[in-house]
Design a protein around this ligand. Structure first.
Ligand SMILES: Cc1cc2nc3c(=O)[nH]c(=O)nc-3n(C[C@H](O)[C@H](O)[C@H](O)COP(=O)(O)O)c2cc1C
Length: 332
């Protein structure tokens, strides 16, 4: 196969062309760089904007994946999510889920047209519906196929730089040295490593030594991901791996939206701030969807700050207004 640098499959025109202004490139001097993890169904444009305005502390917001298809078309919500209007004033990193280098290449042109300079490939999604089709972390199953895919992809000049988000194996962490060797051989802008295997999903023990191996193997700009919930977790990682340049945080941000700010030495979130946070999210989601969906999303999000607190969780389960949800989560 071979796509000319500017070649476009006819179907790509079905992507709605965007006339956005370019996102500023990431200029980062304060370490570590903090990536807000993509979380499908949670970290949409409304969430990102409200978080950026109220708390900040994340250097890059990662967009939940676009599931690429043979029809080369995107869902309306995916088109909105990547649009420059939805991401005004933020550094964002769009992400694709595909096992087809042509699809990915065409999508990268679209990303470039939207005004972005970097995009991410998902090699980490552990969902069986995704991996069964050989996508997401299903691509880690067969190292030869992964290499073949990357060879075809990088055979031509890409219109934007490419990063990748991976796990450390499919069945076992013993697969990681081989996968790391492969990833180290391609010019990725950065490589985010969720330090678990596909089998381990998102819970149970992590394998921080896999990140150390990534540093040793000279994987380009490794980004650590996995169970960073507190400033202490981040500090411990930096003590263990002083060469770590960047971290990606997901659930830690859901439980504590001020986590990024605190990592930078700032204040913890006050109750008024949290009230403003949940209220603004609810209002935003209510306007975009409808009241019951917005409340459902708020309740799902609040499960994180209520984690481990039986009383709060019980109150949250019973809550049926935004006020009663806020009362459950922050006690006011
Ligand atoms: C509800 C949910 C949705 C997710 N969606 C995506 C996604 O679209 N793309 C992706 O690369 N990772 C996705 N992830 C994985 C997170 O980005 C992150 O890697 C994971 O939560 C582990 O990081 P953490 O321990 O800091 O939470 C998702 C995770 C959750 C819990």
């Amino acid at each position: 196969m071979g796509m000319e640098p500017n070649a476009r499959k006819p179907g790509i025109m079905r992507y709605e062309r965007q006339k956005g202004r370019g996102m500023p490139p990431l200029k980062q001097t304060t370490k570590p760089v903090i990536y807000f993890a993509p979380m499908e169904g949670i970290t949409d444009g409304i969430f990102r904007r409200v978080h950026h305005e109220l708390f900040g502390g994340a250097d890059v917001y990662c967009l939940p994946f676009h599931k690429l298809t043979q029809s080369m078309s995107l869902l309306t919500r995916e088109i909105r999510d990547i649009s420059p209007e939805e991401n005004e004033g933020m550094n964002v990193l769009p992400q694709a889920l595909t096992r087809d280098p042509e699809q990915l290449s065409a999508w990268l042109y679209y990303v470039s047209e939207c005004g972005y300079s970097c995009a991410d490939l998902n090699l980490g999604c552990p969902s069986p519906t995704v991996t069964r089709r050989g996508r997401g972390s299903g691509m880690l199953r067969d190292p030869d196929e992964l290499r073949f895919f990357l060879d075809r992809l990088f055979a031509n000049t890409l219109p934007v730089s490419l990063s990748v988000k991976t796990r450390i194996g499919y069945e076992s962490a013993e697969e990681w040295p081989g996968i790391a060797e492969i990833l180290a051989g391609y010019p990725f802008a950065h490589v985010t490593i969720h330090v678990r295997t596909t089998r381990e999903q998102y819970t149970g023990g992590i394998h921080p030594e896999a990140f150390e191996l990534a540093l040793q193997k000279r994987i380009p700009h490794p980004v650590y991901n996995g169970d960073l919930r507190t400033t202490e977790d981040v500090n411990n990682l930096l003590v263990r791996c002083p060469a770590a340049e960047a971290v990606m945080i997901g659930r830690g941000f859901l439980a504590d939206p001020a986590l990024g700010r605190r990592i930078r030495g700032g204040e913890a979130a006050g109750k008024d701030e949290l009230r403003a946070w949940y209220t603004a999210l609810y209002e935003g989601w209510k306007e975009r969807f409808q009241g019951t969906i917005a409340l459902g999303r708020i309740k799902k999000l609040m499960e994180w700050p209520c984690e481990g607190d039986i009383k709060k969780k019980r109150l949250l389960r019973r809550a049926d207004t935004i006020e009663s949800c806020i009362h459950a989560a922050i006690g006011e």
